[in-house]
Design a protein around this ligand. Structure first.
Ligand code: ADP
Ligand code: GN1
Ligand code: MG
Length: 392
């Protein structure tokens, strides 16, 4: 297994045992104390491969004297999440509720959902000296996280996890949820924002991505397909995750089964098609999201089928026929939307997604558009497979 596929921790950046020259940021250290780890903590490493938050692995000594990864500490991106208190209210509400559901199912709530920890003063997040929010949860031992699938079975498991998640929250009182990012998957409004970014061309980059801009403009009408069906009442709002990419699931290292859905910041009322679609975007592909060589990037129908089977086995009975029909559209539109968001961010100067080099967002947009094209070519097969596994 290449390390590029599996998510791993980086180098030590804070340690109570030795001085790490100039790298520990004061706010990170304050957060470690705020959650009560203080001098007991062995060390901290950067962790994960998310595009939004800063994630750290916190190691503590075990009774046997070994250092074990015990907690995940995160600084929430306040540029993206303007109401961190609302985000944390949603997360505590949903995870508490999930614990009850998992117990009734006979599962293990400590492994099948995240357990968030309060600060020493009893708050559900810590605000550092610059007003930035930090939160913390227990690391789930013997779990792993992937950037890219290795085999269809993993995508079947991913489908099964997100299908199950939908079912577990089917009766959750959605009216109590805060909308943590307004219009997050309103694809038509995303198109308008893209159009504004092209017109303003703030960084004078539009001339470097004319084919990509044209690609999106040619699909303007598509952006309204699911939003209109929702507004007309054809598609119901569910409690959805809204960020169902592959690296937002933990797999059980021993059994290889889907174990726990993570990254709960965007749980909001939404369409089942969007959750389904974002998983297909990120999972049913042969290349990394930021693969520069487009010859390596293909939409993989076998992976798609594995996800459909897992998702519908778990959630098929709660979905309406119209929702089943909407799933392949979800895949196309979440992929188009995501590419459009990368391109918009590129045009605006990379202020939203973390980037490692100046064209990073453009490279990401290109992989998404490649996938969209191939989904369009195979759309009928995608529809047939959704119907087949739904039994309609
Ligand atoms: P972001 O919004 O930045 O994506 P996430 O909550 O998804 O934040 O965390 C970022 C990344 O950290 C995840 O994609 C995953 O790679 C890693 N990660 C977080 N929690 C765990 C965990 N318990 N086990 C393994 N990896 C994890
Ligand atoms: C972000 O947070 P992360 O890395 O799991 C983004 C998603 C995008 C994804 C693309 C809150 O997900 O919407 O689909 O990047 N999350 C947010 O990789 O904007
Ligand atoms: Mg994530």
């Amino acid at each position: 297994i290449s390390s590029k596929r599996k998510v791993e921790a980086g180098e030590v950046i804070f340690s109570t045992r030795r001085k790490i020259d100039g790298v520990t940021d004061r706010n990170l250290e304050d957060a470690i104390y705020a959650f009560g780890f203080g001098p007991r903590c062995s060390y901290v490493k950067p962790f994960g491969a998310g595009h939004i938050n800063e994630t750290y692995a916190v190691y503590m000594p075990s009774p046997e004297g070994e250092d074990v990864l015990a907690y995940v500490l995160q600084r929430v991106n306040s540029n993206v999440f303007k109401d961190p208190a609302g985000v944390m209210e949603n997360i505590f509400g949903v995870t508490e509720y999930m614990r009850g559901v998992i117990r009734r199912e006979g599962g293990d709530p400590d492994r099948e959902t995240l357990s968030y920890i309060k600060t020493k003063s009893g708050l559900n997040y810590f605000e550092d000296s610059e007003g930035e929010p930090w939160r913390c949860y227990n690391f789930i031992p013997d779990s792993e996280c992937y950037q890219l699938v290795e085999n269809p079975e993993q995508l079947y498991e991913a489908g099964s996890s997100f299908g199950h998640f939908l079912k577990q929250l089917i009766e959750y009182p959605a009216s109590g949820l805060k909308e943590t990012i307004p219009d997050f998957h309103h694809t038509a409004k995303r198109y308008q924002a893209f159009q504004v970014a092209v017109d303003r061309d703030l960084k004078n980059r539009a001339h470097t991505c004319e084919p990509e801009i044209a690609f999106v403009k040619n699909r303007k009408e598509d952006c309204s397909v699911l939003v209109s069906q929702q507004e007309e009442g054809v598609l119901p709002l569910r409690v959805t995750h809204n960020d169902t990419k592959l690296n937002n699931i933990l797999f059980d290292s021993k059994t290889g089964k889907g174990l726990c859905v993570i990254d709960l910041d965007t749980i909001m009322p939404g369409l089942a098609a969007n959750d389904f679609g974002d998983s297909i975007r990120s999972g049913a592909t042969t290349g990394a999201e930021d693969e520069k060589n487009l010859d390596l990037v293909h939409f993989d129908l076998e992976l798609y089928e594995a996800y459909v089977r897992g998702y519908l086995e778990a959630a098929g009975e709660v979905l309406t026929p119209a929702e089943v029909e909407s799933l392949p559209w979800g895949a196309r539109l979440m992929t188009l939307e995501c590419g459009m968001r990368f391109l918009t961010d590129y045009l605006q100067g990379d202020t939203y997604f973390k980037t490692a080099y100046p064209e990073h967002n453009l490279v990401r947009a290109r992989t998404q558009f490649r996938l969209v094209e191939e989904m369009e070519q195979q759309f009928e097969k995608m529809q047939e497979l959704a119907r087949k596994y739904a039994g309609i």
